[in-house]
Ligand binder design. Structure first.
Ligand code: 9MR
Length: 374
């Protein structure tokens, strides 16, 4: 055999075995976007404490920003008046510090997942305005104060506004009126003066929400309170929201003088009996609502990737206004979408598939932005 033929056969063999033993794409998700914005994920307790080592490795490899999916919520971190459950949140923060990541706190004041004791007295009636102010202050001082200097920014108030732009009639609103929002921002700033402070909500493409949030940003600024950003959660579907309206909101928030963050991005591939992300809106399971148990068919996969690409194109052309894009979970198997609004389904909403491999829209973007061929 001629030596150069032998060489080419050896080289070909090498390439084939290299392909077989390596992931299809070497790039990390965060690298695709360079310094345009940080790329985040919501993380679970199992991922930060090491019980899900594969998930943990995927976070370290692909993301440069993390947010606690659940462990900093009031009912988890402050389950009783005089008792805090710090360990999971401490582990989350340590994980982020150790891996040199941007760490986001979620969330200080939210009507949902609020500890049962927080809003009522011994008789079960709403507490007075004075008592609630004090409880909010104590809670925010304790939680934001504990992680002072380590958390880049806090979702201070979560999901306060309805689709039509009216205030949600939550217990916080019922007891304190609109004032609960500025109060929460004041306490958060006092607790950690260097932390960025955000308002965060879903269905932000709705005109009503857009207008009220723009007004709120202005009101907070006029009162001299710190507000750094608006979080557009972005729990979206294949045909909602209207992306023109979505981009309009993004631009309106930026024009109001704050950073925009995409804070909880996931794109369901499944039929959606309800929109938004209100966890109390649920629907009963039936097989027709769970059509892709064994994988997405090729046409649906293409549709999903094309929709995700359209969202990414919006973020890229508004990159000056956007500081972070966070997916609400690491891989498809982790997503809350598998259980909401219909329990027990198989959904495909995130950046990484169930094997922690990058989805095709990312590979396409890597090619487009970095000339990487995958
Ligand atoms: O993904 C979260 C899920 O694991 C929890 O059970 C649920 C209730 O705490 O909250 C989910 O996250 C929500 C987030 O905190 C706020 N916006 C909507 C998200 C999806 O419901």
């Amino acid at each position: 055999m001629k030596p150069n033929l032998l060489l080419s056969l050896l080289t070909a063999g090498c390439i084939i075995s290299a392909c077989a033993s390596q992931p299809p794409n070497e790039t990390a998700v965060k690298d695709i976007f360079g310094d345009r914005f940080t790329i985040g994920t919501a993380v679970t307790v199992n991922q930060t404490n090491g019980d899900d080592p594969i998930g943990q490795q995927a976070i370290i490899r692909h993301f440069n920003s993390i947010v606690a999916e659940n462990c900093m919520k009031c009912e988890k971190i402050h389950p009783e008046k005089d008792s805090y459950n710090w360990q999971p949140a401490d582990e989350f923060v340590e994980f982020g510090v150790k891996n040199n990541m941007e760490i986001i706190g979620h969330c200080l004041i939210w009507h949902s997942q609020c500890a049962p004791w927080f809003l009522v007295n011994e008789k079960g009636d709403y507490v007075s305005a004075d008592t609630l102010r004090q409880r909010m202050k104590d809670h925010i001082y304790a939680v934001a104060g504990r992680y002072k200097g380590k958390i880049k920014g806090w979702d201070v108030v979560n999901e306060a506004i309805m689709e039509d732009g009216s205030y949600r009639k939550s217990p916080f609103y019922e007891i304190l009126g609109e004032e609960f929002i500025p109060l929460a921002f004041q306490y958060a700033h006092e607790a950690d003066p260097d932390a960025e402070l955000y308002l965060n909500d879903y269905s932000m493409a709705e005109k009503g929400k857009r207008e009220t949030y723009v007004r709120l940003i202005k009101q907070l600024k006029e009162r001299g309170l710190r507000i750094d950003g608006i979080g557009m959660q972005s729990h979206v579907g294949l045909d909602y929201p209207d992306l023109t309206e979505y981009e309009k909101s993004l631009k309106a928030f930026a024009a109001a003088g704050v950073n925009v963050m995409v804070t909880e991005l996931d794109l369901t591939a499944l039929p959606a009996p309800v929109g938004g992300a209100n966890i109390s809106d649920t629907a009963e399971y039936n097989d027709s609502l769970n059509p892709y148990k064994d994988g997405l068919p090729v046409d649906m996969d293409a549709k999903w990737n094309s929709r995700m690409k359209s969202l990414m194109d919006i973020y890229l052309r508004n990159a000056d206004a956007i500081t972070r894009v966070t997916a609400w979970g690491v891989c498809d198997g982790d997503s809350w979408r598998n259980g909401w609004p219909v329990p027990g389904r198989t959904d495909y909403p995130l950046f990484l598939d169930r094997n922690h491999e990058m989805k095709p829209f990312l590979i396409e973007l890597d090619k487009e932005l970095n000339n990487n061929e995958g």
